[in-house]
Design a protein around this ligand. Sequence first.
Ligand SMILES: Cc1cc2nc3c(=O)[nH]c(=O)nc-3n(C[C@H](O)[C@H](O)[C@H](O)COP(=O)(O)OP(=O)(O)OC[C@H]3O[C@@H](n4cnc5c(N)ncnc54)[C@H](O)[C@@H]3O)c2cc1C
Length: 409
Amino acid sequence: MIRPAAGDSPFAQAARTTWDVLVIGAGPAGSLAATLLARGGRRVLLVDVHAFPREKACGGCLNALAVEILRHCGLTHILEQSEAAPLGSFRLACRSQVAEWPLTGSVAVHRGRFDEALAQSAVAAGAVFLDSTRAVVLPEGGPPVLPDGAAPVRRVILQREDSRETVSARLVLCADGLTHSSLKRLPEFASQAASGSRIGLGGAMVDESADWPAGRLSMAVGDCGYAGLVRTASGSLSLGAAIDPGALTGEAQPVDVLEQILNQCGLPVPPGLAGMDLRGTPLLTRRASHCAGHRLLVLGDAAGYVEPFTGEGIAWALHSALLAVPLAVEAGSGWRRELEADWTRILRRKVTRNQWTCRLLARLLRSPALAGLSLKICRRLPVVPRSIMSRIGRSQPRLPPVCPDKPQP
Ligand SMILES: Cc1cc2nc3c(=O)[nH]c(=O)nc-3n(C[C@H](O)[C@H](O)[C@H](O)COP(=O)(O)OP(=O)(O)OC[C@H]3O[C@@H](n4cnc5c(N)ncnc54)[C@H](O)[C@@H]3O)c2cc1C
């Protein structure tokens, strides 16, 4: 990890460089985009507000598409570094109803290690990574020097402890997750949480019980939310949950709500749950009003969020990074206004369109009665869950090429 040192500080150096691409957010979307662009010879600055390695609220499940994208990008070593364990089945419990289906191509990972390994891959490819650095994109402005009156760069404020620098980049990729806080000065990019949206809870715990075997993704649906659990290769148990914010009123703690969900489904409460470092998120389901602006593309969760079930969230984030790379390369040789519409169209066609099944499932799981009934139907007609599972986890027939040509000097 590159850390600013006294004297010759990479932070101050960043401000003196005009970057080809500034990537905001070192989650799966940002780090994959930074890796691929740095590999292609672009000068890439990757920044993240957190000190790395950092933990994240996540169930730690990657679906077949996510695994396929990593393979496509020559990054399968990331899986070994993040304690990946294959998942062979998906078990869904809703009150007294339980059903289990086979899963193919999915793995369980330790999310903190996964993101750390991916950020390291960007550094290994030649990107400069500044962690503990908050980015805020500035509105367009300043002296336009190009014949069409547009600015030749996008400017971003970077803040680290009590230092502050303004950096310039030919393109900014905003991959800063759910709240896309780096765009707070651009009101046209504001996103809105959907009504009835849930909040996320997640983390990893030490658990040696035999109740949660390796190789199985278990999901419990209760009255006020649902929780998924998987075991990684090192034996730790990852938990990801979405709960109604209203369930946390009064004395109720997040752990109590999770225990209640497991109890309602007759599932054992892992002994490590009470002491785990549980992380929360803001309201989950949201849609961004804009996904592109002048020399700015928004990707991953920052472009809109739908609750994932069997590892779709990271797959969508990685896929959007892969799709953004050709546009980022094109932007390096000059910005065309049409790139904004191109990106919005590509995202809609290749990512957002594939999210409707999860959107529908999220609605269904909101009503335990409806979810229980659906489970009954699925047990009678196994072809239904099989086709849903293959639809939400299916791999893309054609992934775009990953190594853009090095730019001409
Ligand atoms: C409870 C829960 C469980 C989940 N479980 C799963 C699962 O099992 N499988 C799955 O595939 N998906 C899961 N998801 C979804 C998944 O976590 C996201 O879809 C995925 O992380 C999106 O990646 P991203 O790169 O777009 O954003 P993120 O991973 O959120 O990364 C964004 C990064 O930007 C940084 N950042 C934010 N603001 C700034 C700023 N202003 N300046 C600099 N940096 C900034 C953040 O620190 C963060 O590191 C889960 C989500 C939740 C909430």
